[in-house]
Design a protein. Structure first.
Length: 196
C-alpha cells in the first residue's frame, strides 16, 4: 500500500499555529509549525519532516494581551528571528507540494488539534500573502475527534498521556512542541487501526 491509498489520495500534514487572538481576519499569526507525515514499508505513518517558523505580525494585526500571556510569545524579542507570513508559508507550501508530487497524492489535508482553528488562520494568511495553498479548502482531520473516540479525551495533553506518548507541560503551547505531539498522536491512532 502507498500513502496515497490510505486517505483518499491526501497527504496528511500536521499544523499548529500560535496567534495573537482567536479572530483569523484581524489577529496576528505569530508562529507556525508543519509536520509532513510519511508512510513506511510496513504501512505505518511516521513524522517525516518538520518545518517551524516564528512570524512577524502582518501590518495592522491585532495582538490580544491575554493571548500573548497564554502562549508566552514576546513579539518584540529579536531572538525570535521572525519572518513574514509569505516567507514561512512559501517554504511550507513548497515542501508540501514537493511531497504531494513525490507520493503521487492529489493534495494535502490539514491535521490538527481543533483543526478548524489552524485552517482558518492558514487560509487568511494565504490570502494576505497571495499564495496558492496545497491544502483542501475545508476538509481536515481533527485529533480532538480521534482522541475522543479512542481515549475519551479532547485535551491534547490528556490524550497524549493516555496514548502513552511522553508529555512535558513546560514545553506545551509552543507551535513546535504541540505540532510534534499532535503528529505523534495522529500516527499512533491511525497505526493501530486495521485498514482495508
Amino acid at each position: 500500500m502507498n500513502l496515497r491509498d490510505r486517505i483518499r489520495g491526501y497527504l496528511p500534514v500536521v499544523i499548529d499555529v500560535e496567534t495573537g487572538g482567536f479572530d483569523q481576519r484581524c489577529d496576528a499569526l505569530l508562529e507556525i509549525c508543519a509536520v509532513i507525515i510519511g508512510f513506511d514499508g510496513s504501512a505505518k505513518f511516521f513524522n517525516k519532516k518538520v518545518m517551524h517558523f516564528h512570524i512577524e505580525p502582518f501590518p495592522g494585526a491585532n495582538l490580544e494581551k491575554s493571548a500573548l500571556e497564554f502562549n508566552g510569545i514576546d513579539v518584540d524579542n529579536p531572538f525570535r528571528l521572525a519572518v513574514s507570513e509569505q516567507e514561512a508559508l512559501s517554504e511550507i507550501f513548497e515542501s508540501v507540494n514537493n511531497e504531494i508530487k513525490s507520493e503521487n497524492c492529489s493534495r494535502a489535508i490539514l491535521v490538527g488539534h481543533n483543526a478548524f482553528f489552524d485552517l482558518g488562520f492558514i487560509k487568511s494568511a494565504t490570502e494576505r500573502a497571495k499564495l496558492k495553498s496545497p491544502f483542501h479548502k475545508f476538509s481536515t482531520i481533527d485529533t480532538v475527534s480521534l482522541s475522543a473516540l479512542c481515549y475519551g479525551e479532547t485535551v491534547l495533553a490528556k490524550a497524549a498521556i493516555k496514548a502513552k506518548i511522553d508529555w512535558d507541560d513546560s514545553e506545551a503551547h509552543s507551535a513546535l512542541y504541540d505540532t510534534q505531539k499532535t503528529a505523534e498522536l495522529f500516527c499512533h491512532i491511525f497505526n493501530q487501526q486495521k485498514f482495508g
